[in-house]
Design a protein around this ligand. Structure first.
Ligand SMILES: [Zn+2]
Length: 418
């Protein structure tokens, strides 16, 4: 047993992917239930073990236990309900009942087979209040919960049509098994995860460097969240390629840095989402996870370091939280300086999203101490190649981008298709 065969959450890495032969047999004659992007991403995550120990969409006992106590009914810590919501109308039209097996489809292609163990409803207001600490509909996670259909269909999921990950993401999307293999090949036994939804500026670069030192790590895993986008977000391509360029540019050595993607729709659940992020990255093989200010937060709903402090109240999760204060540009220190060290707080230049966006939008030559020229360059290239002229999400991008994930048409040897 190698040192870095770090145990996934629950002890066993879940893998539920049918072989092509099995898949063709499994889908024969099944009723089809189409699912939206979010659910499709979650099917993929369940099937490849990103969500170990989950083997499917949660039943009522698990949902209730997660909502109330942040644990699965098996006792393992889990913070975000993973549910498949379906309208009553749809259930009736597809004819889904408990005990059935249904084919979940996406992009009009087979995706996964679901064994229906339970169909139930749950108090969405209560769920939102517990998970998000608020029932304010201005909170995007609360709104998402509120918008769920009324019936939850639960049961194990088996992937029958592995997704095709389109360029440029194909190079970066790795399953937990694949990432664990990469870590083992490099001899990484202490890996610190960096969650990103941004084109990295120098503050992010130093945050990673600081956490690498603090964790005495062998490697840094950038885990870029790729999921539902809203107008004004950085386009996914720029986030992923921007991080990768930091390694290509030598700001991180080849052997200490890996960029990857996680298909996930942010819930903005602050501390609860931090726990979820830690568990998923534990499944990827990480031993540490960095948490900066207001991790996975939105507005003023959470305390600045709530996402770090929540770990003090939980049992040992097998992945450690690394607290990272802010990094800013300090003209007196003449460099990027750490909040915990620099005594010139009143003269700092925040490396805020707004400030960096002004550089990117202006197309001006940045200070190497705020945004690397290499990162600015690739961001511009991504804007042209993928962003319809913009590094930020626009209507044109939402409507016309190449999806991150596509599903191939499945040959049906049994000819049940019409
Ligand atoms: Zn200073």
């Amino acid at each position: 047993m190698v040192d870095n065969a770090l145990s996934p959450h629950g002890g066993v890495l879940v893998e539920r992917v049918a072989s092509p032969e099995e898949a063709a047999r499994m889908i024969h004659g099944l009723p089809r239930l189409p699912v939206r992007e979010q659910i499709a991403r979650e099917c993929v995550n369940i099937a490849y073990g990103f969500f170990s120990p989950l083997v499917g969409f949660m039943g009522q006992a698990d949902v209730d236990s997660v909502v109330r106590d942040m644990t699965l009914s098996s006792g393992y810590v889990w913070s975000i309900p993973i549910v498949l919501d379906v309208s009553g109308e749809r259930l009736a039209s597809v004819g889904v009942s408990v005990g059935d097996t249904v084919l979940l489809t996406h992009q009009e292609q087979p995706l996964a087979v679901l064994q229906v163990e339970e169909i139930f409803s749950y108090d969405k207001e209560f769920m939102a209040g517990q998970v998000y600490g608020t029932t304010d509909l201005a909170h995007p996670g609360v709104l998402r919960t509120h918008s769920l259909e009324d019936s939850f269909v639960a049961g194990p999921v088996t992937l029958v049509n592995p997704p095709l990950i389109n360029p440029p993401f194909d190079e970066f999307w790795k399953t937990p098994r694949q990432l664990r293999k990469i870590f083992a090949q490099r001899g990484w036994t202490r890996v610190v995860a960096h969650q990103s939804r941004n084109v990295p500026h120098s503050g992010h670069e130093w945050l990673m460097k600081g956490a690498y030192l603090a964790a005495e790590a062998d490697g840094i895993l950038v885990s870029a969240v790729v999921g539902e986008k809203k107008l004004g977000d950085y386009i996914d391509e720029a986030i992923v390629l921007g991080h990768n360029r930091l390694r290509e540019g030598g700001f991180f050595r080849e052997d200490v840095h890996q960029t990857s993607t996680l298909l996930w729709d942010m819930r903005y659940a602050g501390p609860r989402e931090a726990v979820f992020h830690a568990l998923v990255r534990k499944n990827l093989g990480c031993t540490h996870h960095m948490f900066g200010r207001d991790h996975a937060g939105v507005g003023d709903y959470y305390e600045t370091y709530a996402a770090h402090n929540i770990f003090d109240e939980l049992p040992d999760l097998g992945i450690k939280s690394v607290l990272t204060l802010e990094w800013w540009y300090c003209p007196v220190c003449a460099g990027v300086a750490y909040e915990g060290l620099c005594g010139h707080r009143d003269q700092k230049q925040d490396l805020s999203g707004t400030f960096i966006r002004s550089i990117i939008q202006g197309g001006t030559e940045p200070e190497p101490l705020t945004l690397r020229a290499e990162v600015l360059e690739i961001t511009g290239q991504c804007a042209e190649k993928y962003g319809f002229g913009s590094p930020f999400v626009t209507d044109a991008y939402l409507e016309n981008r190449t999806p991150v994930m596509s599903l191939a048409a499945m040959d049906c040897t049994c000819c049940c298709e019409t």
